[in-house]
Design a protein around this ligand. Structure first.
Ligand code: AVJ
Length: 323
């Protein structure tokens, strides 16, 4: 073997996903302030930890949204009409999808759009058993960009579904671009059921992202474990600390990994130095007041058909219709 191929061996055997992760980490750790994308939280361990987060007493969004969806599933079905196709951006909790499929009148198809094929196919296989009359047509792709949806035939309406306040992970500009692309992908006559978390008391927000049992801390720190395993970094997990703070001016919860001391981390022979207290910014979770998000939706070609919230006004579900 030539020396160059020996040197290149680890990289050349790397999957495109792994190479993209490596490139993103190098870029993120070189930036100032240091940052990483929250999309990398969801390896196997991270997905398991996220399921645990959804059941935490402090993490109100999942159960609050489910309550709103349950209370208004009949209204959504009435807006959708018979023979509708449910197009989910991402393939998340099948509990929410089942709730809608149960409420809809003779739903024609379920179309999840996800970059992770295996996860989506497993979810679809389980759903197909319970909904034999619903066509399952998963689309492997990046839903943050405009994409071609499968031909769903004539008749029913296309109903987009973007629950969980996942829209909060985008910057406001990205969120508006998503709404524009979703409008284009879903087409004329479509609707979009959008779940989003509302601004609220700082203490409630910070507890939801820094729970007593430390599950969210483990979820955040798992990013370091993942980089050590997949990229060969040498992060010392005990030298970093989970932080969640509500940035009121930006109306977003920020999650950070804070260095407890001055230290150096190596990746591919490159050294990244951390000052004591320096952080890696790992996630933004924007909290939009309803009028602000509805203004963004309007600019993206949608009109508000319905807007529901829970009695505490902590979480909202909007139904938008294409203009
Ligand atoms: C999946 C992006 C909606 O922002 O609340 C939960 C992710 N991060 N706890 C959120 C998350 C920490 C979650 N989203």
């Amino acid at each position: 073997m030539r020396a160059s191929s020996v040197l290149c061996a680890p990289e050349s055997q790397e999957s495109p996903e792994r190479a993209a992760f490596r490139a993103d980490v190098i870029k993120g750790l070189s930036a100032s302030p240091k940052q990483l994308s929250p999309k990398y939280f969801y390896d196997e361990a991270g997905s398991r930890l996220f399921d645990l987060i959804c059941r935490l007493p402090e993490y109100y969004p999942t159960r609050t949204e489910l309550g709103v969806l349950k209370a208004h599933a009949g209204d959504i079905a009435a807006l959708a009409g018979p023979g509708a196709s449910l197009v989910e951006f991402g393939s998340g909790s099948s509990v929410k999808v089942r709730l809608l499929l149960d409420a809809l009148e003779r739903p024609a198809a379920y179309v999840p759009i996800d970059i992770s094929g295996p996860h989506m196919r497993a979810a679809v296989t389980a759903l197909a058993r319970d909904y034999p009359s619903v066509a399952m047509t998963p689309v492997e792709g990046d839903f943050t960009r405009p994409l071609e949806l499968p031909d769903l035939g004539e008749g029913g309406r296309r109903i987009g579904f973007f629950p969980g306040s996942t829209i909060g992970n985008f910057t406001p500009a990205e969120a508006e671009a998503f709404l524009t692309h979703a409008r284009q992908s879903l087409g004329a006559g479509a609707a979009l059921v959008l779940g989003f978390d509302l601004p609220k008391d700082r203490a409630v927000l910070e507890a939801a992202y820094d729970d007593h049992q430390g599950v969210t801390a483990a979820f955040n720190l798992n990013l370091l474990t993942r980089m050590n395993r997949e990229l060969g970094t040498d992060f010392d997990l005990s030298a970093f600390h989970h932080r969640a703070v509500f940035n009121e001016a930006e109306s977003r919860i920020e999650m950070h990994l804070e260095s407890r001391a001055a230290q150096t981390v190596r990746l591919d022979g490159v050294r990244f130095t951390f000052a004591p207290g320096e952080t890696i910014h790992t996630e933004n979770s924007y909290k939009y007041a309803a009028p602000r998000l509805m203004g963004m939706a309007q600019a993206a070609g949608w009109r508000q058909a319905a807007l529901w919230t829970d009695p505490r006004r902590w979480f909202a579900v909007a139904v938008l219709e294409a203009v």
